[in-house]
Write a protein that binds this ligand. Structure first.
Ligand code: SAM
Length: 285
């Protein structure tokens, strides 16, 4: 009986050839064939690690014909390693189709985790990571893009998008228009020599990038909606400051202690304590 074949989905570096796991190197070495999005790109990785497994192309333009061929080989007991140009196959590349077809055919799929530009950019951005939404590539047409962004407006999560360097400035402008004032970031050439992460409000990031000719690979990110400022109880602030000053504290200490006690920014306490509430003027009738 033929040995059970398996598709080994192998994550590969997104720039730095050192970012590859030992399991992935073993899988690439032991496979009968490697299905690669771009065989020239994968050859560089293989030559760095002295791996001589044969390659077959599996990309956007031949996946329809290649999928049944690869399924046949798997059914015959072959081990196939699937790699994309960079990162984790299946994330914004045709790998997901092959995985789906294998699962539908009852074939074994084994995912070997490793780099992906989403996670690298998210962590490098410094934006909240507890909830995030990955939107792949945004639509290119302005109307569709703006509708896609509006649909995400109330999502309480960091938004992550892939983008080409040519369209990055336009996309950042669209993000700044849709989400003014939010934090944002642009991460470029991650793990490579010219790695760059621009951070700031999304408006600042858009301004920074607007007149530059960007090169390389880019991820753009926007932080979650800004938290609504909690209403400040001005009377409680004045009373707390007056109480402390009445008890002998200096005005500066009274402001500092009140800010800590009520969890309000010190400059807000200062402003409220030094401004007096409007004194109602007498009626004109
Ligand atoms: N499968 C890949 C992954 O797991 O990240 C993504 C493939 S997608 C076709 C390619 C996009 O990923 C690029 O256009 C860019 O947005 C992003 N990307 C890949 N490598 C990157 C890097 N080193 N720095 C920044 N973005 C990168």
């Amino acid at each position: 009986m033929a040995e059970q074949g398996a598709l080994h989905v192998c994550a590969t570096p997104i720039g730095n050839l050192g970012d590859v796991t030992l399991r992935v190197l073993d899988a690439l070495r032991d496979a009968d064939v490697i299905a690669a999005e771009d065989t020239r790109v994968t050859r560089k990785l293989l030559s760095r690690y002295d791996i001589h497994t044969p390659l077959v192309a599996y990309h956007e333009h031949n996946s329809a014909e290649q999928t049944p061929r690869l399924l046949q080989r798997l059914a015959a007991g072959e081990r196939i390693a699937l790699v994309s140009d960079a990162g984790t196959p299946g994330i914004s590349d045709p790998g997901a189709r092959l995985v789906d077809a294998c699962l539908a055919a009852g074939l074994h799929v084994d995912v070997l985790p490793g780099p992906s530009a989403i996670i690298t950019a998210l962590v490098a951005s410094g934006l909240p990571t507890d909830a995030f939404y990955f939107g792949g590539f945004l639509p290119r047409k302005a109307g569709e893009r703006s509708r896609a962004l509006q649909a995400l407006a109330s999502l309480d999560a960091t938004l992550v998008f892939y983008e080409s360097p040519r369209r990055t400035a336009q996309t950042l402008d669209a993000l700044a228009a849709a989400f003014p004032g939010r934090d944002g970031a642009m991460a470029r050439e991650l793990t490579k020599v010219h790695q760059e992460v621009v951070r700031g409000t999304i408006d600042e990031v858009a301004r920074d990038v607007r007149d530059r000719e960007l090169k390389g690979e880019v991820v753009v990110l926007v932080g979650p909606p800004l938290a609504e400022a909690a209403p400040v109880d001005e009377r409680a602030i004045r009373e707390a400051v007056d109480r402390r000053v009445g008890g002998g504290a200096s005005r500066k200490d009274a402001i500092r202690e009140t800010a800590a006690e009520l969890g309000v920014a010190r400059n807000t306490v200062y402003r409220i304590a030094t401004e007096r509430p409007d004194v109602p003027t007498s009626g004109t009738r």
